[in-house]
Write a protein that binds this ligand. Sequence first.
Ligand SMILES: [Mg+2]
Length: 290
Amino acid sequence: MSGFRVGLTTHISPGIHHLRCGPPRSAAVRSRRLNRGQRGQAPEGFIIYRLVLWNIDLTLVDVVRVSREAYAEAFRRVTGRPLVALPQQAGRSDSEIFFESLALNDVSTGGSEQGGQDLLARYTRELTAAFSARRDLLTRNGRLLPGALQAARATAGLPGVIQSVLTGTIRPNAAEKLSAFGLADLFDLDIGGYGSDVYPRGSQLLASRVQAEEKYRVQIAARAVVYIADSGRDVEAARTAGAGCIAVASGRSTVGDLRAAGADVVLTDLSDTAGVVQAVEQLTGVAASR
Ligand SMILES: [Mg+2]
């Protein structure tokens, strides 16, 4: 394994394909470059060799109340029925929640797969509209979780890191949640995994890595991918995909649950920025060279 120099810090390369040296850049500068680079080229002077994926709900933000109201409105508009029983949401995608809601509330999909898919497509449109209509409530009735902004900024500023999200939320609503709390510029949403995807989250994680490689024309080793998330299902997804997992006990899972699920690192919350950074460095193979 060869050492190389990026900015002021010497690192060991975990699966480097292409390198360019330059001074360390702040997260803000990186963010602007990231946006400019979204047509498919690595931004100038920005070398990507590791991918940090973040879960959104109960990892970065808590907007459960607004989400529930939007679910209920979209469900009522699509089915003509009130959403009386709401299934468990932790670690589940919006499409899973929808189909479980249909079952729990005795709504038929007409018996055909196509009928179910048509209902899901209508529900997704209604959920986007219902969420967008509640944009102003996100900060009023929701909150950024402790240390989330600082931690996401710090990891965005690490050498070689590209960040995206791996979430059960559909993409437009993921964008709303991140924008409401000033997080949007820290993530490239084009390479993320969302609640409208039908694949399991472990497969979505692998797909995100491939999308990042294709978009930025780089190679990212499986062990240079880390998922920061809050549920046992998230931990399982990372393990399935051979990625590292930093689990945060800010959701429904306890520290013990997350340890038992096999998380590499478990944190009570994101308030220790240096601890989050150190965990990312360790799991992506960089800290060993220090
Ligand atoms: Mg979550």
